[in-house]
Design a binder for this molecule. Sequence first.
Ligand code: HEC
Ligand code: HEC
Ligand code: HEC
Length: 117
Amino acid sequence: MKKNIVFVIILLVGIGLGAGVNAQQDKGSEIVIFEKDRMPQVTFDHHMHQEKLDNECSACHDLFPMQAGIIKEMIAEEKLKKQQVMNEKCVKCHKDRKKEGLAAGPTSCTACHVRGK
Ligand code: HEC
Ligand code: HEC
Ligand code: HEC
């Protein structure tokens, strides 16, 4: 009986610690740069998107994991096509939200691929 109580206490402490870790989830870099290729560089405000999307991380990270440089890596390994993130995430969400009358980011090439960068 006593053993069971000790076990329950350990379990509760464990859950408490787990919740603490979740609250401090690694939000990654504030800004992510997609380097110039054929098109100019794209500057992506990662933390602003997290905020505007109510911390719905899966809005992007269901396509690629939370790891710096992973998009480039997956494109090199042919696990993602070039422009797949742009088409299936960035531009798609902005278009869908605009259609729904919600605040949205740009859909014109040069608004994201800023000239001179
Ligand atoms: C609108 C898209 C989007 C959303 C939403 C998003 N991320 Fe990211 N995240 C990215 C991109 C793009 C990268 C960069 C991947 C790369 O470098 O290839 C990234 C990378 C990361 C990384 C790796 C470190 C870094 O900054 O490169 C972490 C950690 C991360 N995100 C955490 C989160 C968490 C936590 C949330 C939700 C609270 C979240 N992200 C929501 C797009 C997003
Ligand atoms: C909402 C932002 C956004 C808009 C709008 C946008 N792009 Fe992109 N584009 C990106 C991001 C981010 C990447 C890198 C990730 C990827 O490859 O999916 C990219 C990658 C690319 C690439 C592959 C890399 C390179 O430079 O060769 C091409 C080509 C490209 N975009 C062309 C365009 C064209 C043309 C338009 C307009 C019709 C456009 N993009 C509009 C964000 C955007
Ligand atoms: C799930 C929806 C969603 C996705 C995915 C998304 N965005 Fe956005 N984007 C938004 C919203 C919402 C805003 C803010 C609109 C406002 O409140 O002004 C925004 C704003 C922007 C802006 C204008 C503000 C600024 O930072 O200059 C840019 C540029 C932008 N997004 C680029 C991107 C790129 C690049 C990607 C892909 C890596 C991306 N977005 C993915 C929803 C999204």
